[in-house]
Design a protein around this ligand. Structure first.
Ligand code: PMV
Length: 291
């Protein structure tokens, strides 16, 4: 029986989470060191090697969708080896879907991977914007508008620090809460979302030029808007304050929020290490990355 392997990376959203769901642009970058590997061994029946029954069921549904969309009839024994924390805003489900597709169909194009992974992502997130699956499939910094092909951004090397609160809140739940609030106060929410979109537009230019001070400022402005739509939390706010006190040029939550991770931008590698050290005893996990 043949065994195949697929691999994919996680991501961090630098600008525009939530507003991206409503058609405004957002920016995400791949986390190349944070990866998942899927091993698919041909088998006479499907077998997902996962302890959590809930996750097992989701992976089975993903597998069914992939098989149907790719026209594959073979059954598989599936094993996952992941370094990406689940429900932390680092794109674990998107990476799982991308890696699964690469294991099932060797040589699948990136375009097809992004398209099918987006359908698979609906199993996890209900109404995803597609940003997570796109950045994981292309493994490049992207400027993303829902329903459009992502545009690649030539980001000048950037020192970022990521810290995880350790609280897990499902993206689906947070996105649904924001939708409900927006339905009650459409004007207020659309005004805020439009501002988030403007920040992404602006940030793109600064990322291309490597204007780190401006990028930091825009991240902190984005955070204020995320607070206004109610997706921050005392734990996220605390990590953001610690990052800023330790010299970050800007910081915000990343992903759906209410838990999960923050992302901060640092002046250089040394500063990133200092920020990481400062965050260490207050966060479940921390890492310093160069994008
Ligand atoms: O929490 P994550 O990493 O799945 O990011 C969600 C980003 C949202 O904008 C909140 C939702 C989406 O589908 O884009």
């Amino acid at each position: 029986m043949e065994t195949r392997q697929g691999d994919a990376c996680g991501k961090v959203i630098l600008f525009g989470e939530h507003s991206v769901v409503y058609g405004y642009p957002a920016i995400a970058v791949p986390l190349k060191n944070l990866r998942i590997t899927v091993i698919a061994e041909e088998s006479d029946k499907d077998l997902i090697e996962e302890e959590s029954p809930e996750k097992k069921e989701k992976v089975q549904q993903s597998l069914n969708t992939a098989r149907q969309m790719l026209g594959i009839s073979q059954k598989f024994r599936i094993k996952l080896i992941s370094k990406i924390p689940i429900g932390a805003g680092l794109g674990s489900s998107a990476a799982l879907n991308v890696a699964l597709l690469r294991a099932l169909k060797q040589g699948i194009t990136v375009e097809k991977t992004a398209e099918v992974a987006y359908e698979m992502e609906k199993i996890y997130h209900g109404t995803p914007s597609g940003i997570d699956t796109a950045v994981s499939a292309y493994e490049k910094p992207i400027f993303f508008i829902k329903g459009q092909k992502p545009e690649f951004i030539a980001v000048k090397p950037l020192n970022i620090v990521i810290a995880n609160t350790g609280d897990r809140v499902p993206t689906k739940k947070v996105v649904a809460e924001v939708r409900e609030k927006r339905e009650k106060e459409p004007e207020k929410y659309d005004r805020i979302m439009a501002k988030m979109g403007e920040i992404s537009e602006n940030a793109r230019k600064h990322l291309e030029k490597g204007n780190i001070n401006e990028i930091g400022l825009l991240m902190s402005q984005n955070q204020k808007l995320l607070e206004q739509i109610g997706v921050s939390s005392p734990e996220l706010d605390n990590l953001i304050s610690i990052a800023l006190e330790n010299g970050a040029l800007g910081a915000k939550l990343s992903g759906a929020g209410k838990g999960g991770c923050i992302v901060a931008i640092a002046k250089d590698r040394e500063s990133a290490e200092r920020i990481k050290e400062g965050l260490k005893k207050h966060a479940k996990e921390t890492s310093a990355e160069i994008i």
